[in-house]
Design a protein around this ligand. Structure first.
Ligand SMILES: [Zn+2]
Length: 240
């Protein structure tokens, strides 16, 4: 069972408003060097350092198994071993957890948008029931020939999430099982990690030719989450 003590998911609000008799905000007191002020300043600095980072996660091939003929119903959903536990661990971090998924089965007329959304909602519900946290979910329903701005390798889903959720893309991570996930990440200024689940094992060989040879490649989502949390921790240490 992952512990939630490493990173609070929500930092305490340093501005206290207790009752109608408003006292001046503590930081507005000139030259105040009391311990409480120093603690609050430190908390604010840490919060500013950590806020709005995200872990973008592709769905099929990272959280649930890919299907060559598309995931068309809940009966075809199979969670990849370790994925739910990794999501539980990620839920204990300060990172926003955001799904970004291409669902071209909609644009190809294989399933309806409502069906795709219902499957997605049930995946999220299952993640939450297992102690995970999904802060945003972005889905491209278009066929490749639609030429939309959201189908990966285009960065549209990431850019939309960044705008709506106020994310700092330059310090965020994206995990996918396809080169196109990493291309979308790079186009959005996000660091990408390839996992060897789903299509990952065959996609790995494509990375150097696409200029993505320096992207980390790990076995699965648990390994990707560990890498992200390790990097975040070292970032916190070096910026103290
Ligand atoms: Zn699209």
């Amino acid at each position: 069972m992952a512990s939630c003590t490493t990173f609070p998911t929500r930092w305490p609000d340093p501005v206290s408003s207790s009752g109608p008799a408003q006292t001046p905000h503590i930081s507005s007191v000139p030259g105040c060097l009391c311990p409480r002020k120093r603690v609050l300043d430190a908390l604010e600095a840490v919060r500013d350092t950590l806020k709005r980072l995200a872990a973008f996660l592709d769905r099929d091939g990272v959280i649930i198994e890919n299907r060559a003929d598309y995931v068309k119903s809940w009966d075809e959903v199979s969670f990849i071993p370790g994925a739910l536990l990794a999501l539980q661990e990620l839920a204990c971090s300060p990172l926003a957890v955001v799904l970004f998924t291409n669902q071209s089965a909609v644009g190809r007329g294989i399933i309806t948008l409502a069906q795709a959304q219902a499957i997605n909602a049930r995946v999220i519900e299952t993640v939450r029931a297992a102690g995970g946290r999904i802060d945003g979910s972005y889905l491209c329903p278009h066929a490749p020939e639609a030429g939309c701005a959201c189908r990966k390798p285009a960065p549209g889903l990431l850019l939309q999430a960044a705008q709506e959720l106020a994310l700092d893309l330059s310090r965020s991570w994206a995990v996918g099982d396809a080169a196109t996930d990493l291309q979308a990440a790079r186009a959005a200024g996000v660091r990408g990690i390839l996992v060897r689940t789903g299509r990952g094992r065959t996609q790995e060989a494509r990375l150097p030719a696409l200029g993505l040879g320096t992207c980390p490649v790990v076995d699965d989502l648990p390994a990707a989450v560990k890498l992200i949390l390790d990097r975040i921790e070292s970032y916190r240490i070096t910026t103290r």
